[in-house]
Design a protein. Structure first.
Length: 142
């Protein structure tokens, strides 16, 4: 009897741990995240360079690790369909990240681009890949 109770408790604790681990690697699919293509950290590609990009929106985040032979951050992201936008006078105006759309004309939101936590000095399509850097695309309300 004691062995059965102990086994049951161990099983329940293992199940709780498994559920906790799975939920830590995904985001809540509500609000803007309903549009998201990926809800957990992902790795893409097979190239020689590695680019790490964090995508943040409404207190949630996923991290993309991209292995690429491209030279620019924007090229690496577009190569895997992770960003989309329109060409403008200042380069690519990113309107969609991970399937989530920001439209300044509708709700004053846009995708801000950061390099190592600092606002990007150039656009995502004009930023050369530096493997030591971490890049962020964050949904921002203007």
């Amino acid at each position: 009897m004691k062995k059965t109770i102990r086994s049951s408790i161990l099983f329940i604790l293992s199940l709780i741990l498994l559920i906790s681990l799975v939920s830590c690697n995904t985001v809540d699919k509500s609000g803007i995240w309903e549009e998201a293509t990926y809800l957990r950290d992902m790795t893409f590609g097979n190239g020689a360079k590695t680019v790490v990009v964090e995508v943040k929106a409404v207190d949630q985040m996923v991290t993309f690790t991209i292995k690429t032979d491209k030279t620019m951050v924007g090229e690496a992201l577009m190569e895997h369909g992770l960003i989309a936008g329109e060409q403008g006078a200042y380069g690519l105006y990113v309107k969609q990240v991970n399937g989530m759309t920001a439209d300044y004309d509708v709700d004053q939101t846009y995708w801000a681009f950061y390099v190592n936590g600092e606002y990007g000095g150039t656009g995502v399509d004009m930023t050369e890949i530096n493997e030591a850097d971490t890049y962020q695309l964050e949904l921002t309300k203007g």
